[in-house]
Ligand binder design. Structure first.
Ligand code: NAG
Ligand code: NAG
Ligand code: NAG
Ligand code: NAG
Length: 486
């Protein structure tokens, strides 16, 4: 009898030992201060014309010396645009238009992957006129909207390296650059890359693994042609080849890259794209990177930050599991357990952020999407909670996809509830106020920068990532976040 009680006692005691992951972690403060004056000043700076901008930018490039072997400087879109937008309101509108196109192309691409359209079902490239645009009627969306490229880097192509601006895109895999001779090239700020002038340019055969890994390819005299087309009408078609790519002071040989002779899209002068997705043709996959990290500078800032390959996650970063969708290997999915507003966990079903058996749902992190998209019910819950915590702020009409806006023209700073992402094992990533309450004009109108999506796929966008170093530890399947480390 005594023995039984003893056992009972042990069982009861054991069951009260809290599991490790339930230990109390430091909680972020419940509110955040938004410096309204500072945000408005930045919007005015973006639209003011600075004739020296391009010059100082060039100097910045030259003075850059890298300590890590593969490091790139990242610039936000507006720093490479030659003419400034007329006003911040129209800048916001064009950003949001690009953003909607981007989200549409991501969801279309995923839906095509899930619906199981296999390579053999794809309409082949035309066989008649070479690189004719009539060849481009394929329904395939092999990447994401170029038009929404928001971050750029200077990359050297070939030997000797021709320096060009490239869009950096974590939402697609295939690297490409506009190539001479052009059947159709859009305007770019650097001279068009001419493979004839590079000693390292080498066309890929149709039998190569790289050619077989393309979603859409065609064989012409045993050389591999690639095509990437995007949901917004942007596309690139040309020869698939290997080339030397130079980042900072380091070069990588034999990187598979599209040499695009027929290209169309709103690329703001960038010569091409570096795919940072997790598919086999992406740049990180091709260089066998075990990790890479980027920091997205504030979109309204002229300063640059870096993209680094091979750097492990900083020890004090907030980590989340990096998950894969077996229907499509391009996107980086996160294990997200929930969201909180003002320290209160929202009651959202766990399924809201899970990838289901068919490959629907889940949440990805994307550098090219601006505004975080959430399933409608989740968004409503988040928004309602935020509105509840900001009752004293003067609200105003919605703007574009934003339904929750405030007139802060009479304030210099405001206190708002802290918004945080929650990951497994009690990890919490609180966001700074400027990453979710953003100016939409220079007059003091600020909007809650989240939006609903009718798709089951949620996306963490770059507005929410601004100023945070985001690391992808590919060998340990972790994503790490380190705020205020650009
Ligand atoms: C807000 O930013 C401005 C600079 O833009 C600075 O002068 C001011 O002190 C800041 N206010 C607060 C409350 O931090
Ligand atoms: C541009 O550069 C010139 C020469 O360095 C300088 O005199 C001028 O003040 C600069 N303009 C602006 C708007 O910074
Ligand atoms: C492909 O090969 C055929 C016959 O060998 C040749 O006539 C044709 O010009 C070649 N086409 C190209 C694009 O090289
Ligand atoms: C990456 O790994 C593959 C397979 O192990 C190898 O063939 C290739 O040369 C490696 N690439 C680089 C840049 O190290």
């Amino acid at each position: 009898m005594g023995k039984m009680w003893f056992l009972f006692y042990i069982i009861v005691t054991l069951s009260y030992i809290p599991p490790l992951h339930c230990r109390v972690l430091p909680q972020p403060s419940k509110t955040n201060i938004l410096n309204v004056t500072a945000s408005i000043q930045k919007t005015q700076k973006v639209v003011s014309f600075d004739p020296n901008k391009t010059i100082s930018f060039t100097q910045q490039q030259q003075s850059f010396s890298s300590s890590a072997s593969l490091t790139l400087q990242l610039h936000s879109r507006h720093t490479i645009q030659k003419t400034p937008p007329t006003d911040y309101k129209s800048l916001t509108q064009s950003r949001l238009d690009r953003d909607s196109a981007r989200v549409r192309s991501i969801t279309t691409r995923l839906n095509l992957a899930i619906s199981g359209i296999s390579k053999s079902d794809l309409q082949p490239l035309g066989t008649g006129s070479e690189f004719g645009s009539e060849d481009l009627q394929s329904p395939v969306i092999s990447g994401t909207s170029q038009g929404s490229g928001e971050y750029f880097s200077r990359v050297g192509i070939g030997k000797p390296p021709s320096p060009v601006y490239m869009v950096l895109d974590s939402g697609s895999d295939v690297n490409w650059v506009q190539c001479a001779p052009c059947a159709n090239c859009y305007q770019q700020s650097d001279p068009i890359f001419d493979p004839v002038k590079s000693t390292s340019f080498s066309p890929l055969t149709c039998k190569s693994q790289q050619c077989k890994s393309l979603d859409l390819s065609e064989c012409r005299n045993d050389t591999c042609l690639y095509e990437v087309s995007y949901g917004d009408g942007s596309y690139t078609v040309g020869d698939f080849a290997t080339e030397t790519i130079t980042l900072g002071s380091a070069s990588v040989d034999n990187v598979a890259i599209g040499c695009g002779h027929n290209n169309e899209g709103l690329f703001v002068g960038a010569a091409g794209l570096l795919g940072l997705g997790s598919g086999s043709l992406s740049f990180p996959s091709q260089v066998n990177a075990t990790a890479f990290s980027y920091c997205l500078v504030d979109r309204d800032s002229d300063s640059a930050s870096t993209l680094e390959f091979g750097s492990a996650l900083p020890p004090n970063s907030v980590t989340a599991p990096l998950l894969r969708n077996h229907q499509l290997d391009t996107f980086y999915y996160l294990g997200l357990t929930g969201l909180s507003v003002g320290g209160e966990f929202l009651s959202i079903p766990e399924s809201a952020f899970k990838i289901d058996g068919e490959g629907n749902g889940g949440i990805i992190i994307d550098s090219g999407t601006a505004v975080t998209r959430l399933q409608t019910e989740t968004y409503n819950s988040l928004r309602d909670s935020f509105v509840k915590g900001t009752k004293e702020l003067p609200s105003t009409d919605g703007v574009a996809l934003f339904d929750t806006c405030y007139d802060l023209s009479s304030r210099s700073s405001v206190e708002v509830p802290t918004l945080a992402f929650h990951f497994p094992e009690g990890k919490v990533l609180p966001l700074p106020a400027k990453n979710y309450l953003i100016p939409v004009d220079s007059d003091g109108t600020f909007c809650f920068a989240f939006a609903p999506t009718s798709s089951s796929l949620s996306i963490i966008g770059n507005v929410q990532q601004q100023g945070t170093r985001v690391g992808f530890d590919l060998s340990n399947s972790l994503v790490g976040f380190l705020p205020n480390k650009c």
